[in-house]
Write a new protein. Sequence first.
Length: 114
Amino acid sequence: VQLQASGGGLVQAGGSLRLSCAASGSAKSIIYMAWYRQAPGKERELVAGISSGGETNYADSVKGRFTISRDNDKNTIDLQMDSLKPEDTAVYYCNAVKFALGFWGQGTQVTVSS
């Protein structure tokens, strides 16, 4: 499974960004897809995830501000990020789980200026 992420950038606090991730290769039967992020000096953390059935989960820090969505036919997920804060600054990584194996995409930088 190959994951291609896009959509990062620089935005002012309070602004919005939308990240997209497309899965290709052996993308069939991916059961779970998610966005993680890693800020400098910090561990990688789960931001939001979505199952093939549409169940979602979010980190407490982004609830009410971020929305994850998925298109199973296209094997894509999007992360709509609103009301961005400087502490959201990080490299964001797309993740997919298939048959208990995890796959990672390249990171995309999100920088929120105050």
